[in-house]
Write a protein that binds this ligand. Structure first.
Ligand code: PBG
Length: 348
């Protein structure tokens, strides 16, 4: 007779000893104590899995709290350098930089994005000088620079594609020339990865990596990020004509495939936790280095609940990160990165 998983086997003894189920298979044996749980653990989280996003602001000795992201601050360049040092000491391999652009520098066309001396380029140069051994990722999109808060150029009611790509190429070039290691286009315009790859190569920068925000959804979970970069009040309308419909996954595979054909070295799925199914399918289909972005709203939810005493914040943080590993992520962009790295280091 076949053994049914977890079910009593027909055995006359079972009826005599009602207190015992007489199970052959007891999955709980592998969970009895910490050492055996460690033996059978299928996935692990290490600091190598972490990318830490930082927000920068002009000025010096500034740490400006972002109210909708408790524990996250906008840092002036000197403070960002110190944060990068701290991250490097903890063996975090890479940081991601996002600017809070002064409102006076924002305009219709986001022209500050292509200024070789903009806040991001100055930050990259300062960090590269002081902390040469940490990777730097820069976002490519116009939203921190436009007066309307969109990632591309607004012409009438429309975010125009090809004209925007030309500007994004310039933005990627100034960032790469400043020393950025990974260019991460997050704008979701068609054809931008190929155009950026060609321009970087023409500029003698074939070593610069492209991590495409390949499957990026039009999500409500970006709200606190827009507070941090100062675009939430100014954003006109929504981003549904370029970011993906949260209902779709086949489309995500097509987007990822296109970005790979255009030259992406790494791909990303964003947001993270509500899209683990997409992450799994992408990793399974393409086997490329695949990253997840645990976005600002996911961070804010955990922090808000933790600060209210509604859940154990530390455990929720660690559980959320192992979930990304289980779903196939090679790494995670997370605002928890520093805290997680500290915890992992303390645990030895
Ligand atoms: C810029 C960009 C956004 C995020 C990363 N890059 C916001 C958006 O697309 O509106 C969101 C990150 C987060 O929420 O933590 N295009």
């Amino acid at each position: 007779m076949a053994i049914k998983f977890g079910r009593p086997i027909e055995n006359p003894r079972a009826t005599r000893q009602a207190a015992s189920l007489d199970l052959v298979v007891r999955p709980r044996r592998n969970r009895r104590n910490a050492w055996v749980r460690r033996m059978v653990r299928e996935n692990t989280l290490t600091t190598d899995d972490l990318i830490w996003p930082l927000f920068v602001v002009d000025g010096s000795r500034l740490r400006v709290p972002v109210p909708s992201m408790p524990g996250v601050e906008r840092l002036s360049i000197d403070e960002a350098v110190r944060a990068a040092e701290h991250a490097a000491r903890l063996d975090i391999p890479c940081i991601a930089l996002f600017p809070y652009t002064d409102p006076s520098l924002r305009d219709e066309d986001g022209s500050e994005a292509t200024n070789p001396d903009n806040l991001i380029c100055r930050t990259v140069r300062a960090i590269k000088k002081e902390v040469p051994d940490i990777g730097i990722l820069c976002d490519v999109a116009l939203d921190p620079y436009t007066s309307h808060g969109h990632d591309g150029l607004l012409r009438g009611e429309e975010i125009v594609n090809d004209e925007t790509v030309a500007v994004l190429v310039e933005q990627a070039l100034v960032q790469a020339r400043a020393g950025c290691d990974i260019i991460a286009p997050s704008d979701m315009m068609d054809g931008r990865v190929g155009a950026i790859r060609a321009a970087l190569d023409d500029d003698g920068r074939s070593e610069v990596v492209i991590m495409a925000y390949a499957a990026k959804f039009a999500s409500a979970f970006y709200g606190p990020f827009r507070d941090a970069v100062g675009s939430s009040k100014t954003l006109m309308g929504d981003k549904r004509t370029y970011q993906m419909d949260p209902a779709n996954t086949d489309e995500a595979l097509r987007e990822v495939e296109l970005d790979i054909e255009e030259g992406a070295d790494m791909v990303m799925v964003k947001p993270g936790m509500p899209y683990l199914d997409v992450l799994w399918r992408v990793k399974d289909a393409f086997a490329l280095p695949t990253f997840a972005y645990q976005v600002s709203g996911e961070y804010a939810m955990i922090m808000a609940a933790a600060n209210n005493g509604w859940l154990d914040g530390e455990r929720a943080m660690m559980e959320s990160l192992i979930a990304f590993k289980r779903a196939g992520a090679d790494g995670v962009l997370s605002y928890f990165a520093l805290r997680v790295a500290e915890k992992l280091k303390a645990a030895g």
